[in-house]
Write a protein that binds this ligand. Structure first.
Ligand code: SF4
Length: 91
């Protein structure tokens, strides 16, 4: 249904005949961590995330999985090799 609240005019799954059914009755604005993400969109009522109604929830357990401005590839941990131990292991 078409949103008539904060994202007025946008199609939204949470919109119902009796108003927004999302927690709190409307979308929550983007948070600081969303700065630079291409999924943000500016509306008269503020800046909101297009795919997610509550950006802070997306960042609760680490990086947002939909963010376009952060790499989701975890940095591979390089194991340090102790050269002395390595030489002992070799013999
Ligand atoms: S996709 Fe994630 S990082 Fe981007 S605006 Fe939405 S919540 Fe923020």
């Amino acid at each position: 249904m078409i949103c008539t609240t904060v994202r007025n005019g946008n199609e939204c799954v949470f919109m119902a005949a009796n108003g927004c059914s999302y927690n709190g009755g409307s979308c929550h604005p983007v948070i600081e961590k969303c700065d630079g993400c291409k999924r943000t969109s500016e509306f008269e009522s503020g800046v909101f995330c297009v795919p997610c109604p509550e950006p802070s929830a997306k960042w609760k357990n680490g990086n947002c999985n939909l963010a376009t401005h952060v790499s989701t590839v975890a940095a591979s941990k390089k194991q340090k090799i102790n050269p002395i131990k390595a030489s002992k292991r070799g013999h």
